[in-house]
Structure formats: structure tokens, C-alpha cells
Design a binder for this molecule. Structure first.
Ligand code: ADP
Ligand code: MG
Ligand code: ZN
Length: 481
């Protein structure tokens, strides 16, 4: 145990998956050509009037409910004034005084449950993107991102380690994807995390002075940055120095943080209520409406898998950890009528495929009904377990349709009684000695005869059906004898 404690609070920005921007009807398309999607509102031309996109409000309320927040009934927007080239209006439209959500929480398990309090949740518009051209020393601006809707989620300083932070971010991302408000891709900037961090001697009550770190482009970077910044601060503090209240930039290559600017305080932003957007009134009815369409969240799914579908808690935890595995599991269990079997195939063969190909569940292309069909085909003896695996692989890699694939690759097992009876009859004729021994009590010859019959079908017989055919033929021989 070290002599100091790390204290972290997060400010998380997520881009909402709405089709149009927060205050105008420009599309939010990621990766469009620079400045392709701008209008007088998002480009900040004088006199242009913003109008709140209703979908943004719905998504914000949905998120607030999922994060156990109180939804503010009379919410407002405020102007946060500052000048920066990527912000053509000269101010950001955010929510300072009456954010849409407050006082929520999200739990993490490490494996003990810990509650991370959510201070608030608010809506705001994104700024443009500066593109620095290293070679020419010039900077270009893409305004297309201006006005893309953002939710900012601010936690209380409840984290004590990088593991807790990563566990929280993982759960938050899963949840936001479950409810479908954001795809939370850190590499594309639709999930951005700022780390506020301070240190204090173990046992101290008072919080230390914090820095804020930006430019974290992966969970790994978040984790590294926390370790680095914690050591840096403790080194200063334990040598009698003081921490500057500042914003720092994480340099991923150097794996160090560097000072960017002294922290502005709220007064410098000259906040005032946004005069062009009326107050947002959220009725009880609206909240109920949104609550009723809120999809089942990971924790509830996990519980249902255990209690109603009788999965082991271990399986339930893994399957409910991503929207994609949960949906595939539910569909598969529905089709094959056997949740445990569905879980076995997903946790075993499918997860192995994901692992081997380095595919994330959200990038998985397999048809929702494929695995359920494959399981049915195996269970009913139409194909072998090995063929089932092969078809799953093809469904996963090449989007194969199970029945078509089985046709094309001749994977169907023979279960036609006529063909199997013929095969059995031929085996009994050709193995007279073994048959006679069997009839006089050497029962272990059954396996031999079965093996011969299987060989005759070149391994293509449905084992259950073939066994039945052999049993029937042998008992007839017994009667005759
Ligand atoms: P500001 O308004 O100055 O940005 P906030 O009170 O909104 O400050 O806090 C911003 C973030 O910093 C929150 O996530 C909060 O949990 C975190 N935070 C506040 N104080 C500390 C501290 N002493 N150490 C670590 N994090 C802190
Ligand atoms: Mg703040
Ligand atoms: Zn626009």
C-alpha cells in the first residue's frame, strides 16, 4: 500500500447519435468532407436562431433516467463565452445553472460493488475541429462538427484508482450503447474523457488541488495518464511543492502529461442564460413516456438471465455485458428453445471467433438467426456438432446462411430410415461372425457393427437414427433366431 491516495472525478462527453445537429437541421455525419455540413446557425452567422432538436432532449432524459438522475423539470441553456477558432459563434451553448439531470449514480463491481455518484448531466453543442498541418505550420478548420449534440456527464470525485475509472467507463459505454444514444467510439471522438485528478496523503480528509487532463484517446491512455499524473503530483507534494490548478494534455507517444493552460474559472466565461432558446419544460408524462421505452439495461438483463432463463451467473454476466452479445443470445435462445445451449455456443465457439479475429462484439456481422438455426440443426441430428462449428465460422466470417452452407458443402447427415436400414442390412450380411457372436450374448459387438455401418455411410449418418436402425434390425434377428 502506498502512502498516497489518488482522487479522480470525470467529465465525459458523448456525441449523440441523432441524425441532425442540436440547434439546426444539418446532418451529423462523421467523416464527411470538411465543412460539408454547415449552415448559418452552426457556423454562427449573426441573426441566426437556434432551435432545440427534440430528439436530443429525449436522449438526454433517457440517459438521465439510466444514470438514476433526477430529471430537471425546468431546464435551461446558458452561453459559455470564450474565443477559440473552432467556435465561430464565440460562445458554446451549454447548461450551467439548470442541467437536465442531477444527483445520479452508476455502480461498478471490482468485484465488490461501489457506487460512483453522478453530479450532473447536461446538453451542449460541440465545437469544430482544428486540423494541424505539421509540415506547413498551418492549421485548417472543419466546422462540420459544430453543433453536433453532446451530453456531458460529470461525476463526483469518487474514484480512487485507474481500475475503478476504467470499470466505470466500460459500464457507462455499455449502457449508452444499450439505450442507443451514442456509439461511444473513442477513436472517432464520440466518447471523450477528461480526467480531474488530485492526490492526498492516505488518511487525509481534505481534497488536494486537482489538474484536468485532456486528449485521452483510449481506455489504456486513461489508465496510463492516471498513473503518470498521480506519481507526478505526489512527487511534487511530498517534496513540499504545490500543485498548479491547470489543464494538462496527455501525450500518448511520450506517455507524459504537459501543461496546456491555467484553469479558467466560471467567471471568465461570463455565463448568462441563452436568450434565443426558451426554457425547457419536462412534464411528468414525458418522463413516464421515456421511461416506458427505455430498453432493459445490462444489470436487469443479467438478473433475468439468471432468474428466468436459469443461466449460471458467470454466463449471464458476460452475455449481458454488450448489447450485441445480449441480443444474439436472446434471439438464439428463442429460436433453439434452450438458453444454456445458446450460451454455451456463444461463450465457447463464438467468443473464440471474436478473439481469434480481434473483432469487437459491436462489429460482429453474423445474422441474428444463424446461431439459433445451427443449434437446432445439431440438436435434431441433421448435422454433426463439428459441421455446426464449421457453419458458425462461415456465418461469422462470410455471412453465410446456415442451410445454404450445409447444402453447398454437403454437410447434412443421413437420417432417411430407408437408407440407414439398407446400410445396416448390408453390414449384418457382411459380418456374419460378429452377428452370430452378438446373438449368443457378446453384446459389445454392437459398437463394432455400429462403427461398420457408420463407415459405410462415410460418417454421414445421423448417429442417433443409425443406432435405432441397428437396434431394430438386431432385435428382429433375435426374434428370428
Ligand atoms: P469546475 O466547475 O471548476 O470544472 P467541478 O466542480 O465541476 O469543477 O468539477 C469538475 C470535475 O472535477 C468533477 O468531475 C469533479 O468530480 C472533479 N473534482 C473536483 N474536485 C476534485 C479534486 N479535488 N480532485 C479530483 N477531482 C476533483
Ligand atoms: Mg466543470
Ligand atoms: Zn447547421
Amino acid at each position: 500500500m502506498t502512502d498516497h491516495e489518488t482522487v479522480v472525478g470525470l467529465e465525459v462527453h458523448v456525441e449523440l447519435k441523432t441524425r441532425s445537429k442540436i440547434f439546426c437541421s444539418c446532418p451529423t455525419t462523421f467523416g464527411a468532407p470538411p465543412n460539408a455540413h454547415i449552415c448559418e446557425v452552426c457556423a454562427g452567422l449573426p441573426g441566426a436562431l437556434p432551435r432545440l432538436n427534440k430528439k436530443v432532449l429525449d436522449y438526454a432524459i433517457m440517459t438521465a433516467l439510466a444514470l438514476n438522475c433526477e430529471v430537471t423539470r425546468e431546464s435551461r441553456f446558458d452561453r459559455k463565452n470564450y474565443f477559440y477558432p473552432d467556435l465561430p459563434k464565440g460562445y458554446q451553448i451549454s447548461q450551467l445553472y439548470a442541467p437536465i439531470g442531477r444527483n445520479g449514480f452508476l455502480t461498478i463491481d471490482l468485484p465488490l460493488e461501489k457506487i460512483i455518484r453522478i453530479h450532473e448531466l447536461h446538453m451542449e453543442d460541440d465545437a469544430g475541429k482544428l486540423i494541424h498541418e505539421g509540415s506547413s505550420n498551418r492549421t485548417k478548420i472543419d466546422f462540420s462538427r459544430c453543433g453536433v449534440p453532446l451530453l456531458e456527464i460529470v461525476t463526483e470525485p469518487d474514484f480512487r484508482s485507474s481500475e475503478e475509472v476504467v470499470a466505470f467507463l466500460t459500464r457507462l459505454r455499455t449502457m449508452l450503447r444499450f439505450i442507443g444514444v451514442s456509439d461511444c467510439k473513442m477513436q472517432e471522438g464520440s466518447l471523450r474523457v477528461d480526467v480531474n485528478l488530485s492526490v492526498r496523503a492516505r488518511g487525509d480528509e481534505a481534497l488536494g488541488t486537482r489538474t484536468e487532463m485532456k486528449n485521452l484517446s483510449s481506455f489504456r491512455a486513461v489508465s496510463k495518464a492516471i498513473e503518470y499524473e498521480s506519481s507526478r503530483q505526489w512527487e511534487i507534494v511530498s517534496n513540499g511543492g504545490t500543485i498548479e490548478r491547470e489543464t494538462r494534455r496527455w501525450d500518448e507517444e511520450k506517455e507524459q502529461s504537459f501543461s496546456m493552460r491555467k484553469k479558467e474559472d466560471a467567471a471568465e466565461y461570463k455565463y448568462f442564460t441563452e436568450p434565443d432558446i426558451p426554457e425547457i419544460l419536462v412534464t411528468e408524462k414525458k418522463i413516464d413516456e421515456i421511461r416506458s421505452i427505455l430498453p432493459e439495461l445490462p444489470k436487469e438483463k443479467c438478473r433475468r438471465y439468471i432468474e428466468k432463463m436459469h443461466l449460471p451467473p458467470y454466463d449471464a454476466g458476460i452475455l449481458s455485458a454488450s448489447r450485441e452479445t445480449a441480443e444474439l443470445f436472446e434471439k438464439t435462445a428463442e429460436i433453439c428453445g434452450d438458453p444454456k445451449e445458446a450460451s454455451n455456443w456463444i461463450m465457447g465457439d463464438l467468443m473464440k471467433l471474436l478473439n481469434d479475429t480481434g473483432t469487437l462484439p459491436e462489429d460482429m456481422k453474423i445474422r441474428q438467426d444463424s446461431l439459433g438455426k445451427i443449434i437446432l440443426m445439431v440438436k435434431s441430428g441433421k448435422i454433426s456438432r463439428a459441421a455446426g462449428k464449421e457453419i458458425l465460422r462461415a456465418s461469422f466470417l462470410e455471412d453465410a446462411v446456415p442451410e445454404e452452407y450445409a447444402d453447398e458443402h454437403d454437410l447434412w447427415l443421413i437420417s432417411d430410415p430407408k437408407i440407414l436400414e439398407d446400410a445396416v442390412a448390408r453390414v449384418l450380411k457382411e459380418n456374419e461372425k460378429a452377428l452370430t457372436e452378438y446373438l449368443s450374448g457378446k453384446t459389445k459387438n454392437f459398437q463394432f457393427l455400429l462403427g461398420q455401418a457408420m463407415r459405410l455411410t462415410r460418417g454421414k449418418a445421423d448417429p442417433g437414427a443409425l443406432r435405432t436402425a441397428l437396434e431394430t434390425a438386431l432385435s428382429r434377428k433375435k426374434d428370428e433366431a
